[in-house]
Design a binder for this molecule. Structure first.
Ligand code: SAM
Length: 180
């Protein structure tokens, strides 16, 4: 699902865009986003864990040129509210950090609030990308709440794609909300 998400991001991102990683973790997805900007725009990462922000900072500083790194902003804050007023792409990789604290997982109420806010920030032609992990209890609740919410979004404003491996039970899914 990560590769599939990256495939779509490549289609959508253009130099100069404002991109947000709402769950930046170790910074792997943020690295992909920054590279797509080709030296122009902004890539902002949010995470509630200070360790995640510090790890992302060190990882990205090591992986990016000085020019590319200048496009990155890291915010040690919850994604329930974004400081930005618009964005081309907002991405979520829900759940907890691999090998990290499983108690610091994303949670249904705050994720839903965040995605509702994200939908208001996205410009026309932009998208929200959400990788869900229904294999754990809170992840299952989160995916269900998100599906309930997105199914009610206006079809004249949104095209919504739900990707799932049909032969793998409880495997990750990818929800793509494209604004027209
Ligand atoms: C699966 S990890 C993200 C992996 C990351 N995208 C990467 O490429 O390494 C989920 C992250 O969401 C963070 N998180 C949980 N609740 C959050 C919230 N309310 N706001 C922002 N980040 C949150 C966790 O701390 C964790 O680092």
């Amino acid at each position: 699902m990560t590769q599939l998400a990256h495939f779509f991001w490549k289609e959508w991102v253009e130099p100069g865009d404002i991109l947000i990683d709402a769950t930046c973790g170790n910074g792997q997805d943020l690295l992909v986003l920054v590279k797509l900007l080709k030296g122009k725009g902004q890539a902002i990462g949010y995470d509630i864990q200070k360790e995640a922000i510090d790890q992302s900072h060190a990882f990205l500083k090591n992986q990016l040129s000085q020019e590319e790194f200048s496009l990155v902003k890291l915010r040690h804050a919850s994604h329930e509210t974004f400081e930005e007023t618009s964005a081309k792409l907002i991405v979520y990789n829900l759940g907890y950090l691999p090998r990290g604290n499983k108690m610091k997982t994303t949670a249904t109420d705050s994720t839903l609030k965040s995605v509702q806010h994200a939908c208001n920030l996205i410009v026309k032609g932009g998208a929200v990308s959400i990788t869900c992990y229904p294999g754990h209890e809170e992840g299952g609740r989160e995916e269900k709440a998100l599906l309930d919410y997105v199914q009610k979004l206006s079809p004249s404003q949104w095209s919504i794609l739900y990707n799932q491996w049909v032969n793998r039970k409880n495997s990750p899914s990818l929800l793509l909300l494209m604004k027209q």
